[in-house]
Design a protein around this ligand. Sequence first.
Ligand code: PLP
Length: 404
Amino acid sequence: MELTQSAKLADVLYDVRGPALTRAHELEQAGHRILKLNIGNPAPFGFEAPPELLEDMIANLPIAQGYSDSKGLLSARRAIVQYAEQKSLPSVDVDDVYLGNGVSELIVMAMQALLDNGDEVLVPAPDYPLWTAAVSLSGGRAVHYRCDESNDWAPDLDHLRSLVTPRTKAIVVINPNNPTGAVYDRPVLEGIAEIARENGLLLCSDEIYDKILYDDAVHVSTAAVAPDVLCLTFNGLSKAYRVAGFRSGWMIVSGPKAHARSYIEGLDLLANMRLCANVPSQHVIQAALGGKQSIRDLVIPTGRLYEQTMRTWELLNAMPGVSCVRPRGALYCFPRLDPEVHRVQDDYQLILDLLEQEQVLVVQGTGFNWPSPDHFRIVTLPRVEDLENALGRIGSFLTRRLAD
Ligand code: PLP
């Protein structure tokens, strides 16, 4: 009998590492050099971790051989509580903190513990697609609320409100946003919190880019504007501390918990079932949060990440029929290809053609649950010379396509 994948996977998609990446690997094996601008993984682009993280990992290896508590080491959770206080999260205790193998594991856990078949979660469009995938895998239905490109990609609160049904369980906020680079102002977060409050919904706020901010952007935690709403805040070391390979993330439960005892017991059960997060990586959380925040040197106007992101943004906007909202945070640009000019019918085919013809790999906008085939996402981690090279090739590809 043929072994088929479970029906649970029918709606589960993760195109950041999808079939186009498999094709890129094939091309590499055939001797091509591919510029991979598809994954937000800082280390391969020469963004080194703060040295104290490596020193702490090495120094603690001898005492990191056993499992830890399921929720994680107390020293790490204490450091996270202190960070939560700095970000004005309401009354967080060490018991409210769960460490995970990256935020990814915790997102799946949070959805698995929450959803019955057919329950709905309001997820932004575009989104970081793990959220939609985790909802589907858990038997739920991701219902996408629009973010408005003409309003710096802020969530459309009227649309969000209109989507609430009796089956809605939670609202997902991704701020700073992947893929758009938007950073939400306080009134937007207050509006989202109000919708959650009125409808008794859980708020899930993915804040993994909260320290990667450009220009005058200021990050406000969703939980800080919603002290009376149950909120899960997600963060970790993968981006601002450049150690995505350490798989180190955390989740903080805040707000009123009396009505959510059963859900929290579900989270505890799932945390127990996976035993614990990678222990050597847990040892570096305290050093990361307590040490020099070297990410700041990278995001100031003379910093490498700032220069690369803004150069990418500029070059995209200089292409005919391409426009891009200036990112205020994170590691990406999410340009629009004017449908009147570029007439893209299938954005997956577009990025495959780009890969074959120009050896540049980006991710199609529909891979982020954007409903129309008129965007793609580009990672701004490579050196400026490499980005200029990649954007030159994207420009030639689009120009050639227009001439066809
Ligand atoms: N959330 C967002 C918005 C992301 O962009 C990413 C990774 O790209 C993750 C979560 C996953 O992070 P982690 O490495 O902690 O699993």
